[in-house]
Design a protein around this ligand. Structure first.
Ligand code: SF4
Length: 326
């Protein structure tokens, strides 16, 4: 893995503004990813993971969505100031995204071969024959046989459709792949196969990858780094090894405590009390304070800053102090 930063997001804020309300979807996200590195972006539904991804792709639906602050630097250029033409160039060749439900990415009335070939011909200067050869070669790499080239999406199972979507995302050799819950719509047995394919291709093509998921187990198996999102903020981030060995934020600790362990049948699971805050009306101070067992008066008043080098966490108190408070 190289140490060159390929993507750097600084203080990103995204809102969805309607006449009735303003949804604060992303509230100051900063993160970076190096060439060849894989980052797991973890959080509950509504934590802001997908909006962060759509911001990188410059696909936040406007209106009502709008990036109100921050920068998204990809290969030295702030994508927020891209023209639509530059965005089209960037999507595919620079950054590609795999969405949760494969059917949202596939046209039901075109054969998968036609759709994949169209992607190649849009982004690369190649002949139809060469384009078709590249499509078939990559389809084979993800385990789809050449004789399926002229089949329609409805003729594929969920797992096979996701393989076609992976092919579509990788056809133009993107430098960064964003996979948004790529296995959520699949059966458990197929999930592992699809994740293996994505991981293998990430290494083979030396791509950087952001894997969005709510599953900490998937991140442990697939990623180098992890960032935990809560209420539109990153509340803890670091290498998978560091964060999984000693989680420093109470929310991250809560996530780990609520996962069943195979080797301890008597263990009682500890759920995180309460529910995620309403993004229309976020709590004062630390967004996690209504659910936090360590909360002090300052937590309701002041938003904590990120602490730590490398392994960072957003809390007023260190782990040691929290143990005393608890
Ligand atoms: Fe809990 Fe306070 Fe830390 Fe927030 S800042 S996580 S409320 S201890």
């Amino acid at each position: 893995m190289e140490n060159t930063k390929i993507l750097e997001i600084n203080n990103l804020h995204v809102q969805y503004i309607t006449e009735e309300e303003t949804v604060n979807a992303v509230n100051g996200v900063s993160l970076s990813i190096c060439k060849g590195e894989s980052l797991g972006l973890v959080g509950e539904t509504g934590a802001g993971k997908t909006t962060t991804a759509l911001s990188i792709m410059q696909l936040v639906p406007y209106p009502p969505g709008i990036i109100t602050d921050g920068e998204i630097i990809f290969e030295g250029k702030d994508l927020i100031f891209n023209t639509e033409r530059e965005n089209q160039e960037m999507r595919g060749n620079g950054i590609s995204m795999i969405f949760q439900d494969p059917m949202t990415s596939l046209n039901p009335i075109m054969t998968i071969g036609e759709q994949l070939l169209e992607v190649v011909l849009t982004h690369k200067k190649v002949t139809r024959e060469e384009g078709k050869r590249q499509v078939i070669e990559l389809l084979k790499t993800v385990g789809v046989k050449e004789d399926r080239y002229n089949d329609y999406p409805h003729q594929f199972s969920g797992g096979m459709k996701q393989r076609v979507v992976i092919t579509m995302a990788l056809l133009c050799n993107p430098k960064l792949l964003i996979a948004d819950e790529p296995t959520t719509a699949l059966d458990v047995t197929i999930q592992a196969q699809v994740l293996d394919i994505i991981s293998d291709l990430q290494v083979k093509f030396n791509m950087s990858m952001i894997l969005i998921t709510h599953d900490l187990g998937v991140v442990a198996e697939t990623c180098d780094k992890v960032a935990i999102m809560y209420a539109g903020e990153i509340i803890e981030a670091g290498t998978v090894e560091d964060v999984y060995t000693v989680a420093k934020h109470p929310y991250t600790r809560g996530l780990f405590e609520s996962i069943p362990k195979l080797d301890d049948k008597n263990e009682k699971l500890v759920p995180i009390s309460g529910s995620t805050p309403n993004a229309v009306d976020l709590p004062s101070g630390c967004y996690f304070h209504p659910r936090c067992k360590y909360k002090q008066e300052i937590c309701e008043r002041e938003s904590p800053t990120l602490k730590g080098e490398g392994h960072q966490y957003k809390c007023h108190f260190s782990l040691f102090e929290k143990e005393e408070l608890g």
